[in-house]
Design a protein around this ligand. Structure first.
Ligand code: PLP
Length: 389
């Protein structure tokens, strides 16, 4: 039977794609070696710089975020070389597994999946690495499995305090254009991103924003390098071209998405995400559900992850919400499978969408027989109306 109304996509990415972006995507496919596309790609690379806050080259791959992870690693590390990866949660652990599959000597700095990357732990490990074997430190800025944000600038300070030459590689797949980010200012060497979250596009574009030291290291990296090599893309990009067929229609969507971000103003975009996150945390507290993020000071503005009480099944709850209200919530990943659900409040999202989302969660908790101590919706509305928009 047809369900009337709009499906609600409240997973923490892919996010809702705004109408203007959808219409832009529907443009006719063009010659990717023709003047119109070349001008578009030059325009886009310039327009992306303030979003990453990166003066260096930005490479766009037709890929998911995983491809952009791989690109970041293989351009600066050859097989056998060591990388240090902070275990913030499922996505950090996926990146670590990918590094291992690429033949890197990937060392995990253990974490509890509920806390940010530990600058002191990074500093101690680097200080012990006297021969400077560690080529890169990898950190997920916004861990999408837990809703915990790591302090990227503090990790940079830890690397510098240890007087270590390791590069800093940062995953912003679920933070870019939702949380404040400063590639140059925070001393990041490679930023990894993807199209389907804060950038409000469908999946399909992966990004590497590249700083000067990473470019230098890439130029001296030994061993063969295939599809993900930065150098041929950067070279072709000088005239707006690509060494392969780029995802042309997604570029039209990206132009429109960047216009939307500019019209709203990035600072306002960040403030909107922070308000929605605060209201969602107020809802959680009123329901009496425990957040996965241990310390609210590190809570994500892009998503909120919550445990269901022991003896309840988070996936059964999500299934009831999807069947009854047509709303998709994020699942618990890895060690959180069945115990956690995640509310995405990132991308093209406003107060009433959040109110509807939280109403769906509240009614779903009751449907699934999950006890709650009060009305999260009432608490969230109170939070929204008391915080200035
Ligand atoms: N990194 C983070 C923080 C993510 O949230 C995701 C996906 O959700 C990825 C990497 C992997 O991206 P993709 O699924 O586009 O390959």
């Amino acid at each position: 039977m047809r369900r009337a109304g709009r499906p609600l996509l409240q997973i923490p990415g892919p996010t809702n794609v705004p109408e203007r972006v959808l219409r832009a995507l529907a443009a006719p496919t063009v010659d990717h070696r023709g003047p119109a596309f070349e001008a578009l790609s030059v325009e886009l690379l310039a327009a992306l710089a303030p979003v990453f806050r990166c003066r260096g080259p930005i490479v766009i791959f037709p890929s998911s975020g995983t491809g952009a992870w791989e690109a970041a690693l293989v351009n600066v590390c050859a097989p056998g070389e060591r990388v240090l990866m902070a275990e913030t949660g499922h996505f950090a652990s996926q990146w670590w597994k990918l590094a291992q599959r690429l033949g890197l000597d990937a060392e995990l700095l253990p974490g509890d999946w509920r806390s940010p990357a530990e600058p002191d732990g990074v500093a101690a490990r680097l200080a012990a690495d006297r021969e400077h074997a560690i080529r890169a430190v990898c950190v997920v800025h916004n861990e999408t499995s837990s809703g915990v944000v790591s302090d990227v600038a503090a990790i940079r300070r830890a690397i510098d305090a240890a007087d270590h030459p390791a590069l800093l590689l940062v995953d912003t797949v679920s933070s870019l254009a939702s949380l404040p980010y400063d590639h140059d200012g925070w001393g990041v060497d490679v930023t990894v991103a993807a199209s389907q979250k804060g950038l409000m596009l469908p999946p399909g574009l992966g990004f590497n924003a590249i700083g000067p030291r990473a470019l230098e290291v890439a130029a001296t990296r030994s061993g063969p390098l295939g599809y993900w090599a930065w150098a041929p893309v950067i070279e072709a990009n000088r005239t707006g071209r690509y060494p392969y067929t780029p995802a042309t229609n997604l570029f039209y969507g990206l132009r429109e998405a960047l216009r939307l971000l500019e019209e709203e103003g990035l600072e306002n975009v960040f403030a909107r995400h922070a308000r929605h996150a605060a209201a969602t945390r107020a809802a959680l507290a009123a329901w009496g559900l425990e957040a996965v993020c241990r310390d609210p000071a590190h809570a994500s503005a892009a998503l909120t992850a919550a445990f269901v009480p022991d003896g309840h099944d988070a996936d059964a709850f999500r299934k009831r919400v999807l069947e009854r209200y047509g709303m998709a919530l994020g699942n618990g990943l890895g060690r959180f499978t069945g115990r956690v659900f995640r509310i995405g409040h990132l991308g093209d999202f406003d107060d009433l969408m959040l109110a509807g989302t939280l109403a769906g969660v509240e009614m779903g908790l009751d449907l699934a027989g999950i006890p709650r101590t009060g009305s999260g919706v009432a608490a969230a509305l109170e939070s929204l109306s008391s915080a200035s928009a």
